[in-house]
Design a protein around this ligand. Sequence first.
Ligand SMILES: *[C@@H]1O[C@H](CO)[C@@H](O)[C@H](O)[C@H]1NC(C)=O
Ligand SMILES: *[C@@H]1O[C@H](CO)[C@@H](O)[C@H](O)[C@H]1NC(C)=O
Ligand SMILES: *[C@@H]1O[C@H](CO)[C@@H](O)[C@H](O)[C@H]1NC(C)=O
Ligand SMILES: *[C@@H]1O[C@H](CO)[C@@H](O)[C@H](O)[C@H]1NC(C)=O
Ligand SMILES: *[C@@H]1O[C@H](CO)[C@@H](O)[C@H](O)[C@H]1NC(C)=O
Ligand SMILES: *[C@@H]1O[C@H](CO)[C@@H](O)[C@H](O)[C@H]1NC(C)=O
Ligand SMILES: *[C@@H]1O[C@H](CO)[C@@H](O)[C@H](O)[C@H]1NC(C)=O
Ligand SMILES: *[C@@H]1O[C@H](CO)[C@@H](O)[C@H](O)[C@H]1NC(C)=O
Ligand SMILES: *[C@@H]1O[C@H](CO)[C@@H](O)[C@H](O)[C@H]1NC(C)=O
Ligand SMILES: *[C@@H]1O[C@H](CO)[C@@H](O)[C@H](O)[C@H]1NC(C)=O
Length: 476
Amino acid sequence: MVRLLDLLTHGILASCLNAQEVLEYQNNTFNSSYALSEAQSGAANISDSVAKNLEVALNVERTNWATGSVGDDHFYNPPPVNASTAPGSLLKLQEFTNTSTYTLAPNLALSRILFTSVDFNGSIVPASAYVLWPWQARTFPGSCLNVSGVPAVAWAHGTSGVFGECAPSHIRNLWYQFSAPFTLALQGYAVVAPDYAGLGVNHTAEGDPVVHQYLAHPAAANDMFYAMEAAQKAFPELSKQFVTMGHSQGGGAAWATAHRQSITPVEGHLGTVAGSPDPDNYDNIKATDGVGFAPRIARGIGSIFPSFKYSEWFEPEGVKRLHLLEELSGCNSVNDVLFPQSEGLMRLGFEENWYLRAYSNISDPSRKPISGPMLVIQGTSDPAVPADGVSKAVNETCAMYPKSQIRYASFEGASHVPVLNAAQQIWLQWIEDRFMGKDVDEGCTQEYHRPLRRVASYQKELEYYLQLAVQAYEVA
Ligand SMILES: *[C@@H]1O[C@H](CO)[C@@H](O)[C@H](O)[C@H]1NC(C)=O
Ligand SMILES: *[C@@H]1O[C@H](CO)[C@@H](O)[C@H](O)[C@H]1NC(C)=O
Ligand SMILES: *[C@@H]1O[C@H](CO)[C@@H](O)[C@H](O)[C@H]1NC(C)=O
Ligand SMILES: *[C@@H]1O[C@H](CO)[C@@H](O)[C@H](O)[C@H]1NC(C)=O
Ligand SMILES: *[C@@H]1O[C@H](CO)[C@@H](O)[C@H](O)[C@H]1NC(C)=O
Ligand SMILES: *[C@@H]1O[C@H](CO)[C@@H](O)[C@H](O)[C@H]1NC(C)=O
Ligand SMILES: *[C@@H]1O[C@H](CO)[C@@H](O)[C@H](O)[C@H]1NC(C)=O
Ligand SMILES: *[C@@H]1O[C@H](CO)[C@@H](O)[C@H](O)[C@H]1NC(C)=O
Ligand SMILES: *[C@@H]1O[C@H](CO)[C@@H](O)[C@H](O)[C@H]1NC(C)=O
Ligand SMILES: *[C@@H]1O[C@H](CO)[C@@H](O)[C@H](O)[C@H]1NC(C)=O
């Protein structure tokens, strides 16, 4: 109380609190207190301790919904679309999104749109995106380009999960928070961020499912271009020029935008930033424990190869857990509770299964031509997307297409998402250079960045989370 009065004396909280108010601890169930039924844990054959962990993880996920379930938020109900609806159409516009339930940095603003994208096999699908607005647009004095309006970056997020509920546009911190979208917006860029088809909007107007095609990079590249096109229709103040940027799952998506540009060029695209990309799913799964990817791919692969059955990859115990994951629309945290390891859940040697090889082959944008400059950033201590695989994909692409304008920058000791912090100066400068119209020479370059101090002396992983302050004293 002394400290509080001290703060009041200094006027810091004077507008929020009065001395008579009784302060309460933040509710530890906050905004969700879902409890599993015995029937649910029985059907999944999970122990009491796994069930308890699952409840904790699920309630954290649900507490972080900014606008409730996507099933209840009417924004995510799309109007009818059909084969003659053009991709990149604006279907719905929420010009002002009330951010009082989001955890945005101050002086950012949010809009949401629905738009049409194209899935892996060419069907038109409704999808959602957010637009995160800077307070003031960045300007580019002396630019060789005629940049007018708010400079735009299409942002492709890393894995959040594969169900409707896993859409960044309804998550309080927009999923990657200060790792990229908040940073971009605070630097004066408008961030146009698709949820990827199947996240957010998970059904058509007729009620047919829209399933997320996890790691089918060409489909996610469609989402990036069409979200940008629809956002530019909704907001003529957005610049015609834009950069595509993504990380992890989104790094693969971003790489696929660079490749797509060599086939279907979109005017205004200035270049691509691919952070910790995983273009080759097969290689990446072999180099890691496939359980991080397989349950998520399994959800969507049937929309590309309809003959796929979960039993191709999963043991019966794994199939039961997948069904529970689906019933709950669990995202990353729940996924990790249900699939902590391959043993007992995945079939031995599933990596060599035909469906995984075929899926990886058709999804991989690497070892193909790209158009426009691409910056690849990669941490050397990345457990999710190991540097070797990314370096190999870059080297092989450069050997096959020596004119590719790829700059590969690796960062010693940096881990997966945290490489975005280590590399922040580099990617921000690189994006600025594109809007300045600076030329990039043909051919690939590689660079290795060492930290100022010993690797071990740096904070390695994200060790904080953003949470909504519901009490006036909860500020730091
Ligand atoms: C705590 O949260 C739960 C779940 O939302 C709610 O039922 C309960 O009323 C809350 N308690 C307080 C004191 O806010
Ligand atoms: C449930 O899992 C245990 C191992 O944890 C196994 O021994 C048992 O056979 C399973 N029960 C059913 C009904 O599959
Ligand atoms: C809590 O959850 C409900 C239902 O999901 C939602 O409508 C409400 O906006 C949420 N409240 C906050 C403060 O997030
Ligand atoms: C397709 O959708 C458009 C716009 O919603 C509508 O005008 C048109 O009649 C539809 N076409 C068919 C064949 O359903
Ligand atoms: C946003 O929503 C909150 C909570 O419902 C409300 O108090 C506030 O007035 C709204 N802000 C605007 C600008 O509409
Ligand atoms: C620059 O762009 C603006 C808006 O797109 C346009 O009105 C103007 O004519 C352009 N100027 C040049 C020199 O291209
Ligand atoms: C879409 O998500 C909602 C909320 O999680 C869920 O209730 C519904 O079953 C999902 N629909 C489809 C078609 O997957
Ligand atoms: C989708 O495209 C892939 C690759 O071309 C093809 O193998 C698959 O059969 C197609 N699936 C559907 C449902 O059309
Ligand atoms: C995938 O590509 C590899 C390398 O090109 C090839 O050896 C393999 O047969 C392909 N597998 C499938 C299932 O498409
Ligand atoms: C890629 O090429 C660079 C530069 O030649 C080399 O240092 C690196 O080891 C290569 N990566 C792999 C995985 O072979």
